[in-house]
Every structure is written in C-alpha cells, then in structure tokens.
Design a binder for this molecule. Structure first.
Ligand SMILES: NC(=O)c1ccc[n+]([C@@H]2O[C@H](COP(=O)([O-])OP(=O)(O)OC[C@H]3O[C@@H](n4cnc5c(N)ncnc54)[C@H](OP(=O)(O)O)[C@@H]3O)[C@@H](O)[C@H]2O)c1
Length: 265
C-alpha cells in the first residue's frame, strides 16, 4: 500500500479524544493534512490537538456530543468552518461498545448504541456529502468492527450497529459511482484502547489474548494508509482479514465451532 499524501487535505476525525481516533488524527496530521477533531472530552481533545499541531498547525477541535442527532448539522457547519470552508475526508470513528447478552438487553441499550454508532455517522455523512459531491472530491471512511465479520457473541446490539453502518456505506459506495467521492469501510479487530474496558452499561470485559491485540497507533496508521487506495473494505490487520475470509468460506462450520468455544463462557 502506498503512503497517503495528506498535504492540502481537510480531514474530520470523530471520536478523536482517545484510542483509534486520536491515533488516526495524529497520523493524518503527520501526513500533512489539516485535521478537525471532534468528541465530548475537551481536555483530552486538547491534548490530541496539541500533538496534531506539531505537524499541522492549522488543525482545530470542536467539542460536541454526537449522540445529539438534531445538533449534527450545526456540528458539521462548525467543522467545515474550522477547516476553512470544506471537508475533504470524513472519518466516522466515534463509537461505544455494548457488551451484553441478548436476554439482558433493554430497549434503551439497543437504541442508545444505535444512536451513536449508526444514526450519528449517517447524519454527519448526510450533512457533509453535498459539499463533497459539489467539489467532485471526497473520502468517507466508516469505522466498523470485526464483530460483524467474526463473532457477535454477547455483543449482538453493538455488532448490529456496525452491520447497519457497513451496508449503508456499501450502498453509498455504489451510488457514488464516478462522482469523485469515495465511501469505504475500515475494520479494526481487537485494539488496545479504553473501548474494551468501558463500563457505562456494559458487562465485564472479555479476556483477550494480548498477542492478538493491536495498538491504537497501528490501527490508526492502517486507517490513514487505506486512504491511498481504492478498496472498499480494509481490515486493520492481515489476521482480521484472514478470520473474515474463514467465516465467509463456511459460515455454518464457523458458527458451530464458535458455539462450542463459547458454550463454557
Ligand atoms: N477497540 C477495539 O477493540 C475496537 C474494535 C473494533 C472496532 N472498534 C471501533 O473503533 C472506534 C474507536 O474506538 P476506540 O477503540 O478508539 O475506543 P475509545 O478509545 O473508547 O474511543 C471512542 C471515541 O468515541 C468518542 N465518542 C463516544 N461517544 C461519543 C459521543 N456521544 N459524542 C462524541 N464522541 C463520542 C469518544 O470520545 P468522548 O468520550 O470524549 O466523547 C472517543 O474519542 C469505535 O467506533 C469502535 O466501535 C474498536
């Protein structure tokens, strides 16, 4: 994969206050882009912005709760202004987990995770897409999850949000045709961030084999590198791509095996 050239590109990264989003924003700034960061925690965003500005002094931040769907048009306008009048690359990365077995889910659990992981990136996309189409130039990257491609064990509500986001993105990718605007999906696997230990309405974290966990920096670098090519789906690691291929080759065998693995958990 060739290196992405960010010079002159105006990039929005949602969920840039920690983890994959923070690493992605810093990597994009390092590649020469001007970055606009958005999330709720102003202090954490300010720390990430300071790192971005080492490479890209015009980078900016906007503090916003992206689950407030009716405020998203205004956030989109603020981000556009912050970047001097246009957004070339939208990276919809903000997201929350929902680790909870189906029998214990409440309607509020299901709707809350759908709001931030699906409705919110869709609303931001709808707000910024017309400007991209008008300029016949733009990239939209929607951050999904291996929960869609490998196992939704005790994360059904979460994985469903990402499956919805992937199918929305696939339709958009097709409809954009030769418009000059590209939409694609980026799929992290297990990544070291606050996500996997987040409490707020989540059951306890799953045990993870440290050998299979990528750093946020590795995943952010892979995400930015994916902007340099035309592929619709990019997996953060080769291991994630191989797992997805195995599942797709024989879903019944894959699920039968996983039910055995998970039956003792
Ligand atoms: N870590 C993994 O193993 C893993 C695996 C697959 C996919 N992913 C996906 O990768 C993305 C990034 O996750 P991460 O691992 O980097 O986790 P993280 O460190 O918890 O980052 C999540 C980001 O989303 C932001 N966010 C959450 N709710 C928000 C809201 N209502 N409004 C605005 N921003 C909000 C958070 O910022 P504030 O709290 O400051 O608002 C934070 O910056 C997510 O979409 C996640 O689903 C992660």
């Amino acid at each position: 994969m060739s290196a992405w050239q960010g010079t002159g590109r105006r990039v929005v990264v949602t969920g840039a206050s920690s983890g994959i989003g923070a690493a992605t924003a810093i990597e994009a700034a390092r590649a020469g882009a001007t970055v606009a960061l958005v999330a709720r925690r102003a202090d954490r965003l300010a720390d990430v912005l300071a790192e971005c500005r080492v490479h890209s002094p015009s980078s900016q931040m906007v503090v916003a709760d992206l689950s407030e769907l009716d405020a998203i048009d205004e956030v989109a306008a603020q981000l556009t202004d912050a970047l001097g009048g246009g957004v070339d690359v939208l990276i919809n990365n903000a997201g929350v987990p929902k680790r909870r077995g189906v029998a214990d889910l409440t309607p509020e659990d299901v709707e809350g995770v759908m709001r931030i992981n699906y409705f919110s990136p869709v609303r931001l996309t709808l707000a910024l897409l017309p400007g991209m189409i008008e300029r016949a130039d733009g990239d939209i990257v929607n951050v999904s999850s291996m929960g869609v491609h490998m196992a939704a064990f005790r994360v059904s509500a979460y994985s469903a949000t990402k499956a919805a986001l992937e199918m929305f993105t696939e339709g958009l990718h097709l409809e954009l045709g030769e418009s000059g605007v590209r939409a694609r999906v980026f799929i992290p696997g297990s990544t070291d961030s606050e996500f996997s230990t987040k409490k707020d309405g989540n059951d306890d974290p799953f045990p993870r084999d440290p050998k299979t966990v990528a750093t946020s920096e590795q995943v952010g670098a892979a995400l930015v590198a994916s902007l340099a090519d035309e592929r619709f789906i990019t997996y953060a690691t080769e291991r994630d791509a191989a797992s997805s291929a195995m599942r797709n080759a024989d879903p019944e065998a894959w699920l039968t095996n996983l039910r055995k693995v998970f039956s003792s958990m």
